[in-house]
Design a protein around this ligand. Structure first.
Ligand SMILES: Nc1ncnc2c1ncn2[C@@H]1O[C@H](COP(=O)(O)OS(=O)(=O)O)[C@@H](OP(=O)(O)O)[C@H]1O
Ligand SMILES: Nc1ncnc2c1ncn2[C@@H]1O[C@H](COP(=O)(O)OP(=O)(O)O)[C@@H](O)[C@H]1O
Length: 196
């Protein structure tokens, strides 16, 4: 890029901020179909980590899409841009020392790979595994019914692709586990990674 001079050697590093906060900063990147349990588990994880004394930040697809990403649709190109912006934002929070919990469908390997590259060391992929049939049966927001009727274009799993991650760092299966079981697995796995 021309005439742009980013400063990378800031006086305070991520390490300095981690030291102050006495925690290791990572990005917990939750991947899964709509209704798989991303938001529920992300919120529960954030609450538990907060109670344990960790400074956290939650970034959620629906929330970012009403603000920072409010000009983006669900086309392939716009999802790519959605994830790029989300990953750049997550990286800023991580570099400030926070345990950053991200909840985005992130439907295809190519966009997840991009998020992994942007965030770098600390990117921790969590697959919230749940078969489409179960997500559709839950239909928490009534979106699957609308998508089946053709009222929502490009709906993930119905009329837009979802590629299950093959290289996730952590997987929970919300069709086979209770909410409490999935939550406990996540808390234990994440605490191991953020203890200073
Ligand atoms: N077409 C289509 N496909 C999928 N999802 C849709 C769509 N339209 C709206 N929604 C709502 O948007 C939420 C997903 O946004 P994300 O930013 O996470 O999606 S993506 O990562 O860019 O694919 C998703 O939230 P979750 O249910 O929490 O996943 C839906 O509430
Ligand atoms: N093991 C589990 N983990 C997370 N959610 C679960 C689990 N079992 C059942 N659920 C239910 O599944 C639904 C998931 O919805 P939500 O968290 O909004 O999904 P998403 O954010 O992926 O769209 C919630 O109603 C939640 O109570």
């Amino acid at each position: 890029m021309e005439n742009i001079y980013p400063i990378f050697d800031t006086i305070l590093s991520r390490e300095d901020k981690q030291k102050l906060l006495k925690q290791r900063a990572i990005v917990v990147w939750m991947v899964g179909l709509s209704g798989s349990g991303k938001s529920t588990l992300a919120r529960a994880l954030e609450n538990t980590l907060h109670e344990e004394g960790y400074l956290t930040q939650l970034l959620d697809g629906d929330n970012l899409r009403v603000g920072l990403n409010n000009n983006l649709t669900f086309s392939e190109e716009d999802r790519k841009e959605n994830i790029r912006r989300a990953a750049e934002t997550a990286k800023l929070f991580m570099n400030a020392g926070l345990v950053t919990i991200c909840s985005f469908i992130s439907p295809v390997e190519k966009v997840r790979q991009r998020a992994r590259e942007i965030i770098g060391e600390g990117y921790t992929e969590v697959f919230i595994e749940c078969p489409l049939e179960v997500c559709e049966q839950r239909d928490v927001k009534g979106l699957y019914a609308k998508a089946r009727k053709g009222e929502i274009p490009d709906f993930t799993g119905i009329s837009a692709p979802f590629e299950a991650p093959t290289s996730a760092d952590i997987t929970v299966n919300t069709a086979e586990q209770t909410l409490e079981e999935s939550h406990q697995i996540l808390v234990q796995q994440i605490l191991d990674r953020i203890k200073y």
